[in-house]
Design a protein around this ligand. Structure first.
Ligand code: MN
Ligand code: MN
Length: 459
């Protein structure tokens, strides 16, 4: 059974839709490089599409009914959207769940230091990275600083052409004999991922004059004092926009495809469908890359509590109704999968690998080594989804993350499956996942969008 390459199937109209989607998506991930920025972008999109803030509805004393569209935000880092359908309790929801955090370098809380007349930001890396990939590339700083008076300064430096960028240095090859002998996890060690941020002294007499000069600039340009980093969240991410890749422009090279490509297409699907018969829900959560821990992650009570509020506003709230609503739901865990890489063929089982251009990927299971920690989806559910995707001419493929003994990965799928709902991982194949610049196929982006729409309408 070999899946077809979707590129061969497109009409002129579909080509146009695919290119438009890709262009808008490139814009989205070029602006949304942190979970906070993605939340802001998704809120703006939701509002444009008639969604209202659940907090406002609660405050105003209004009620909710089928056809209404609402969203809820948790701590500016994650968001849930609902397009209410009929019989929420009896029929449950069709849920698309993606994550909007991506691997990066976070500034530590006391980040600024000078060493031998160079100024640095000390960092702690976030998520699973090959540390050696993050050196010698332009980095931008994104995030927030909360000042002593409670005001919040938004940081975004390194994206505009006239902005400075920042970088982590690496040892020159001429002197790297010993370094090159080390194993890859030790070639660049975590504490060496410090970002070079200045080299000019303030003046001749000041102690640590380069650091002092950086501090003077931070004060002057951004009104930031050194101790403000104590209450800041600043993320160093690859600087610059995502771009088309290849002579045929069939691919997109960008930072944070995992998992913003699934988040973006899931959100669009939610916005583009008519009022569904079953309630449509989109979850865009944080902290997946570090194990879905904390108040803005899928493991937090945020989602369940939001459903509680909605049931209450519909006059349906009881604990039993909540249980039934969740149990009667279905979910696609919209998360990325690994693209087969011919240069690393030895790491994949080719018959069970995902290929560019062959559409949205089902990962029945993820996990590693004996399906450990995996949500292993039910055959009955896969059968239902297969019928839906066929009916809507969605290109899809089935894959596992790589050879069974080699490793594996996790998503948010297992968390929602605990409610007793059917869940399967279903998303876009990514080449060089978790690298600063990852690649996806435009065609897979388009098929994922089609697949998510079909799921929301038909499942
Ligand atoms: Mn992911
Ligand atoms: Mn990931």
């Amino acid at each position: 059974m070999k899946d077809k390459n979707a590129w061969n199937s497109y009409s002129e109209t579909e080509r146009k839709a695919l290119e438009k989607l890709s262009k808008d998506y490139i814009d989205f991930i070029s602006k949304g490089k942190t979970e906070r920025e993605c939340t802001d972008l998704l809120v703006a999109m939701a509002k444009e599409n008639g969604y209202r803030d659940l907090a406002d509805i609660i405050a105003s004393g209004e009620t909710l009914k089928a056809g209404d569209k609402v969203y809820a935000v948790q701590m500016n880092k994650c968001i849930a959207m609902f397009h209410l359908g009929e019989d929420l309790v009896e029929r449950g929801m069709n849920i698309l769940g993606a994550h909007i955090d991506s691997p990066r370098l976070d500034l530590k809380q006391n980040p600024l230091y000078e060493s031998d007349e160079l100024a640095y930001f000390n960092t702690a890396y976030y998520g699973g990275i090959k540390k050696y990939q993050w050196v010698t590339m332009p980095l931008a700083l994104h995030g927030v600083i909360v000042k002593k008076d409670g005001s919040k300064v938004t940081v975004n430096i390194g994206e505009k052409p006239e902005d400075p960028v920042f970088f982590v240095s690496d040892l020159l090859i001429h002197l790297a004999g010993e370094q090159m002998e080390r194993k890859a996890s030790k070639v660049v060690e975590g504490e060496k991922l410090d970002i070079l941020i200045g080299s000019e002294p303030l003046d001749e007499d000041t102690e640590k004059a380069v650091k002092a000069n950086v501090l003077a600039i931070l004060k002057d340009k951004y009104d930031i004092d050194e101790d403000d980093f104590w209450s800041a969240e600043i993320e160093a991410v690859p600087a610059g926009r995502a771009r088309e890749a290849g002579f045929d422009r069939s691919l997109i090279l960008g930072y944070g495809h995992d998992d913003r490509c699934c988040a973006y297409t899931s959100a669009l699907a939610l916005f583009d469908i008519e009022t569904p018969s079953r309630t449509a829900c989109g979850l865009f959560v944080d902290k997946e890359e570090i194990g879905s821990v904390g108040a803005t992650s899928m493991q937090s009570h945020f989602f369940e509590d939001t459903v509680r509020e909605i049931l209450n506003l519909m006059g349906l709230y009881t604990e039993l109704n909540l249980t039934r609503t969740l149990r009667n739901s279905r979910m696609l865990s919209s998360d990325v999968s690994a693209t087969y890489d011919p240069l690393y063929a030895e790491s994949f089982d080719k018959d069970n690998a995902a290929f560019f251009g062959r559409g949205i990927v089902f990962n029945k299971y993820t996990g590693g080594r004996g399906k450990s920690s995996s949500n292993d989806a039910n055959a009955e559910y896969l059968g239902m989804l297969r019928r839906i995707f066929h009916k809507h001419d969605v290109a899809f493929q089935s894959a596992e993350l790589g050879k069974v003994d080699l490793g594996g990965g996790g998503t948010i799928a297992y968390i929602l499956s605990l409610y007793g709902m059917d869940v399967v991982d279903s998303g876009i194949a990514v080449l060089n996942m978790h690298a600063p610049w990852e690649a996806i196929s435009k065609s897979d982006l388009y098929e994922a969008y089609k697949g998510y729409c079909a799921f929301l309408i038909e499942a």
